[in-house]
Design a protein around this ligand. Structure first.
Ligand SMILES: O=C(O)c1ccccc1NCC(=O)[C@H](O)[C@H](O)COP(=O)(O)O
Length: 201
């Protein structure tokens, strides 16, 4: 089970992620209560072990800006979130990074990983980072193909049930490990990763 903690903003958050054993960390580089600059992302990512994937999360900005900013931050992966085309993904294909496509999910499997050239597909709520769940129940019968992650309203108390029901390749969380918008809780990060790992055994 691949576990990503998104919207990390402080050195304390990073330390909690490392302690939790999560696989990936998302740094939101565009408008959000969790937004960090490329320089901040670079400094925070430098505190991560090399096997933890550092992801630059971008929404609603031109792909040229994404390329420049993620490279300046020295991150391992780009998450293009929302209305990005296959051409946008192709425009990043020459970079030494992994590509993640974040989209609003549907309760039927009309998405598949790789359709835009991405390595990982993230099926999320319509409002990313809102903490609001969406109806993913029908995915159990017809899950997407490939490496896909479930996100949107997950938290330590429901991630095990979601994994048992849907069997995604990975899970992603932001609000569910926060005490208030943009403020991560180290204990919730550890609880979330533990619950996800136990459910996928
Ligand atoms: O988290 C944000 O603020 C955000 C802003 C703009 C684009 C994407 C954003 N987050 C993407 C993520 O990967 C979140 O972890 C995902 O939406 C789940 O969020 P939540 O429902 O709050 O757990």
């Amino acid at each position: 089970m691949f576990v990503k903690i998104c919207g990390v903003r402080t050195a304390t958050d990073v330390a909690a992620v490392v302690e939790s054993g999560a696989d990936a960390v998302g740094f939101v580089l565009t408008e959000s209560p969790r937004q960090v600059t490329a320089e901040q992302a670079r400094e925070l990512a430098a505190e991560l072990p090399p096997d933890v994937l550092s992801v630059g999360v971008c929404r609603g900005v031109p792909v040229d800006w994404v390329r420049t900013t993620v490279m300046a931050a020295g991150l391992h992966a780009i998450q293009l979130h929302g209305d990005y085309s296959p051409a946008d993904f192709a425009a990043c294909a020459d970079l030494p990074v992994r590509l993640i496509r974040g989209v609003a999910g549907h309760s039927t499997a009309d998405h598949y990983c790789g359709s835009h050239g991405e390595e990982i597909l993230l099926l999320d709520a319509p409002a990313p980072g809102s903490g609001k769940p969406w109806d993913w129940t029908n995915l159990a019968a017809e899950p997407p193909l490939g490496q896909w992650m479930l996100a949107g309203g997950l938290h330590p108390g429901n991630v095990a049930e979601a994994i048992s029901m849907i069997r995604p390749w990975g899970v992603d969380v932001s609000s569910g490990v926060e005490t208030s918008r943009g403020v991560k809780d180290p204990a919730l990060i550890v609880d979330f990763v533990r619950a996800a790992r136990e459910a996928s055994r």
